[in-house]
Design a protein around this ligand. Structure first.
Ligand code: GDP
Length: 297
């Protein structure tokens, strides 16, 4: 189960608190210290942790929790609520254009899971929205990327528009969008190039694609297993591209939870989906409240 360490530590903290019957100011202080350490150990961004603990503490004091019934239970409730808020409160749906096609642009570092997620998303739209998506292969940086998207397209039975790797990606996107208009596709998903790290050339290319395609949604794909690196990557991409949502992949392999808990608060952009496996069906809408419950165990 993901986030095991964090869940265990928080549960232990709350068990101690419950065992006390009456909770004193100093019990509250040590509880806050424990929560702070648990979050830091889970690789949550330092500022996010500080703000989180401050909010929980203020609410616990303000509500006279210590004077009321079941103070321990009330504190757990406050922590649950603030965890949910930190991750964005409610699920944020995918943007949709008034007229077809809705254009979704994928962005992210190499290996984050862009191509896989593009396929997963196409399948989800097909199954849940009865959509007829078109995938566009605009990653000309890695020759294998086009083939990979074509394979993914075959797996989910969605057409892939491609022109190899010797054409400017902006021209590919333009031709792909024309094709989608002709075929009356209601969704277009553009797979773009990644790099091992953020670099200016990549950002310039993505900005050019954005300017041409005018996407309704720019989904930034980040690997949850990279923890705080995922957060700074998200921040870097968002500064340049002003993304509209984040997909957190490989949550199935993330043992700590730092990225899930930090990204929204740091970038102010919602996590819209989470990838929880390698299969094409392993993409889920992100629900902050459910994630908070999962963390609290
Ligand atoms: P790209 O370079 O960003 O296009 O990344 P890919 O789509 O090629 O994905 C890189 C690797 O991560 C592949 O082996 C995928 O199967 C794997 N992957 C992507 N998403 C997930 C996920 O949610 N969970 C797991 N376990 N693996 C994933």
């Amino acid at each position: 189960m993901a986030f095991e360490g964090l869940t265990e530590r928080l549960q232990k903290t709350f068990r101690n608190l419950r065992g006390k019957g009456k909770v004193s100011e100093s019990d509250l202080r040590s509880t806050m210290r424990e929560i702070r350490l648990a979050l830091l150990e889970a690789d949550v961004n330092f500022t996010v942790v500080r703000n989180f603990v401050k909010k929980v503490q203020t609410r616990a004091k303000g509500a006279d929790v210590l004077e009321g019934l079941n103070p321990a239970q009330q504190i757990v409730k406050i922590v649950d609520d603030e965890l949910t808020k930190t991750m964005g409160k409610e699920a944020t749906p995918l943007n949709k254009s008034e007229k077809i096609p809705t254009v979704i642009m994928m962005a992210g570092l190499q290996g984050a899971g862009k191509t896989t997620t593009a396929g997963k998303l196409a399948l989800k739209l097909k199954n849940e929205n009865k959509a007829r998506p078109l995938l566009i292969a605009a990653d000309v940086y890695r020759p294998a990327a086009v083939d990979q998207l074509v394979q993914v397209g075959q797996q989910v039975n969605v057409p892939v528009f491609q022109q190899g790797v010797d054409v400017d990606p902006v021209d590919i996107v333009k031709a792909g969008l024309d094709q989608a208009k002709k075929d009356k596709n209601d969704y277009v998903i553009i797979d773009t190039a990644g790099r091992l790290q953020i670099d200016q050339k990549l950002m310039d290319e993505l900005k050019r694609i954005k300017a041409l395609a005018n996407p309704d949604e720019i989904l930034l794909v980040v690997d949850a297993m990279t923890g705080q690196n995922a957060v700074s990557t998200a921040q870097g991409f968002n500064d340049d591209l002003d993304v509209s949502g984040v997909v957190l992949t490989k949550l199935d392999g993330d043992t700590r939870g730092g990225a899930a808990l930090s990204i929204r608060a740091v970038t102010k952009k919602p996590i819209k989906f989470v990838g929880q496996g390698e299969k094409m069906t392993d993409l889920d809408v992100f629900h902050p409240d459910r994630m908070a419950s999962r963390i609290l165990g």
